[in-house]
Design a binder for this molecule. Structure first.
Ligand SMILES: [Zn+2]
Length: 248
């Protein structure tokens, strides 16, 4: 058995596999990594447009960027990588997907247990009174959209300068601390606190598989197997080898 087959075998026999996903998994859905060339942060200064203090002092200005993000996210559809993860969950192999993305593409592909580290785009919340509105109920023709109390609405995403939602953080750490197989997909997992997930998983003896087309900043000793391919290529192949090929 070669190393790749051994990895597949280990995944198939795992009792509690989880995945940690980042921007890279949604690139094939047409959402450029915000940090990449052509990504949002190449045109909008991340602090000037992405920090919560900037939103509070000038919501109309920050909404220029948010409108673009909203258009980008609403145009995108799940790709074969999202469907493959949902299939692995349906097969009882993947127990949870921890994502740093706010695009809801895992849920739209059929994943049931998704832990959203950085919030999501499905609702807007009033910055003044915390009232929530489903995204589809709010017209963005006038920005910033306002709550009935007059306060500015913001997407339910985590801005720079804000904490990871406590429930998401606790659930992610508990998933990492009970997993026996971790897939790190489309993320360098370099930035804290997401970087703690591979660390916690590795410390408890989990097998760590990294799927990134280019080498990430994950330390070599943290990774048991690397696949240098896009997730949309690598994950469907894994599903096929695990014995099911009708993942769509
Ligand atoms: Zn309000």
């Amino acid at each position: 058995m070669n190393d790749y087959r051994r990895m597949i075998d280990r995944l198939a026999r795992s009792n509690h596999a989880i995945a940690l996903t980042g921007a890279g998994i949604s690139v094939e859905s047409g959402i450029p990594d915000f940090r990449s060339l052509g990504g949002l942060w190449s045109r909008y200064h991340p602090i000037e447009y992405g920090h919560i203090d900037s939103f509070r002092s000038n919501p109309a200005k920050v909404w220029k960027m948010l409108l673009e993000m909203d258009a980008l996210l609403s145009r995108a559809d799940p790709n074969p990588a999202h469907f493959a993860l949902a299939k692995l969950e349906a097969l009882g192999i993947i127990r949870a997907v921890i994502t740093q993305n706010v695009d809801s593409l895992h849920q739209r592909a059929g994943s049931k247990r998704v832990i959203e580290f950085h919030g999501h785009n499905r609702s807007l919340r009033c910055e003044s009174c915390n009232l929530r509105y489903p995204r589809e109920k709010i017209s963005l023709s006038v920005t910033p959209p306002a709550c009935r109390c007059g306060g500015p609405l913001r997407p339910e995403i985590v801005f720079f300068g804000e904490q990871i939602p406590t429930i998401a953080f606790t659930e992610a750490m508990s998933a990492a601390d009970s997993c026996d197989f971790l897939m790190v997909i489309g993320t360098s997992a370099a930035v804290a606190p997401a970087s703690q997930i591979p660390l916690v998983a590795k410390n408890r003896g989990a097998f760590v598989l990294e799927i990134n087309p280019t080498p990430s900043e994950l330390r070599k000793e943290m990774v048991d197997f690397r696949i240098a391919q896009s997730a949309g290529t690598a994950l469907p192949e894994i599903v096929t080898l695990i014995g099911v090929n009708n993942y769509e």
